[in-house]
Design a protein. Structure first.
Length: 49
């Protein structure tokens, strides 16, 4: 479902293809980094007690 939507967007917005690819890869990476940072931060707080 999601992949069909993404491929439809890719074919429909060929000029924006590069920006879309960047968004698709950068946004999840940012989210994962943020979650990992907050998790490690709380972990260090808990270990420091």
């Amino acid at each position: 479902m999601i992949w069909a939507l993404v491929s439809c967007l890719y074919s429909g917005l060929a000029p924006l293809n590069k920006q879309l690819q960047t968004l698709v890869f950068v946004l999840p990476l940012r989210a994962i980094t943020f979650v990992f940072r907050s998790f490690s931060f709380t972990l260090s707080l808990n270990l420091g007690k």
